[in-house]
Design a protein around this ligand. Sequence first.
Ligand code: NDP
Length: 288
Amino acid sequence: MQQEKIYRAELTACFGDPVDENPTGVIEEAGYEALGLNYRYLTVRVEKDHLPDAVNGARAMGFRGFNLTIPHKVAVIPLLDELTVAARLIGAVNTVVSKDGKLIGENTDGKGFLTSLRENGIDPSGKTVTLLGAGGAARAVSIELALAGARHINIINRSEARGAELAVSVSKKTKATAAYIPWSRQIRIPAETDILVQCTNIGLFPDVNGKPDVDYDSFRPGMVAADVVFNRPETPFLQEAARRGLKTITGLGMLVNQAALNFSLWTGADAPVEVMTEALAKEFGLNP
Ligand code: NDP
């Protein structure tokens, strides 16, 4: 007997503005294709004021889930039915999963970063971490590293209000201690730093020559330097670190690993991480 054909696709998406240059769709769709899943990932420009309509639309159309990027990661929270523990602690949602008719907000940015760190043989447990930046990416990275056992987190940020608030939040919500360090010119990285994470958008395309205002001679070879910026991956910050003998980790691993986590949340299947990594590398013209 001939099997009935299914033409209806399961829908996933990214809502953001700007969003045109977000490559997540390439990674997710490569994964869907590899597993023969009839899923689509739509990259959709949703302006700030239209987010409630977009979320209602996703509910109405039975989306399996969707990602949120700038400027929706915090604004989406009151539109959802539940939050995971991590999303609540981080105070931002990058991934929504539809489950039993409910929209559940999760945050996989920090988990993606943690996986990338571990893939590079680095365990944050007991370590001192210094972050540049206190925005959405920094919040996710700092909370997940603290939950993974980091001992102390320094937050270096330009605006004091945001930096101080994140330090208080980490020390209140996790077992790690945390301190805010004002970003003075040519700031020296604390010598006790084990893991240094660049979490600002400096260096992000088209500002590809942008470099954080730090004293690069304060880097020690024993430190690990990671950047969350993935476009382009070899940021001037990482180039300075590599020149001084530090181990470096680009933002590509974080991007692929958060995409892999989302994939599993939406499909219930193990993500074909190798295929997804290759698709991203091909997109950026890199060797995986
Ligand atoms: P936010 O806008 O929430 O935060 C930006 C941060 O950068 C703030 O702390 C801001 O400081 C700081 N900043 C910006 N410009 C400067 C500057 N010239 N000097 C000093 N500090 C500066 O952005 P996000 O945290 O959401 O995103 C940051 C980066 O992370 C982006 O490049 C994004 O692409 C990347 N990202 C990567 C992911 C991945 O998977 N690899 C996942 C998520 C994000 P202030 O508070 O003073 O304004």
